[in-house]
Write a protein that binds this ligand. Sequence first.
Ligand SMILES: [Zn+2]
Length: 117
Amino acid sequence: MHEASIMQQVFDLAFEHQSRHPGSCIVRLRLRAGDLAGVIPEALCFAFEAMKPNTPAERAELEIERVPALLHCRACDRDFEPFEFPSACHSCGAWQTEVQRGTELELARIEMESAEM
Ligand SMILES: [Zn+2]
């Protein structure tokens, strides 16, 4: 599954970060996922829940921040948020559009806490 390999990369990054703080555990991961990133948030959550047991993230929560798509029309030079993709320009109807925003998929934040002694 596509989302499982993405989540594996997210975990790799998070665990590398966590390993620099011995004794800590990960309590929250925040992802930014664009509407055009080609991932299904529910599938990311499912992969996250399936993969976190017995890792430094076993008590962690996953937050996914959705980033709405933004297209730029080269015909009339306006930006617009499409209802679907691909989409003609909402102002002039042209199809000469380029993606300004919405393809990002990144680990935005890792929250950790130290183990209590
Ligand atoms: Zn236009």
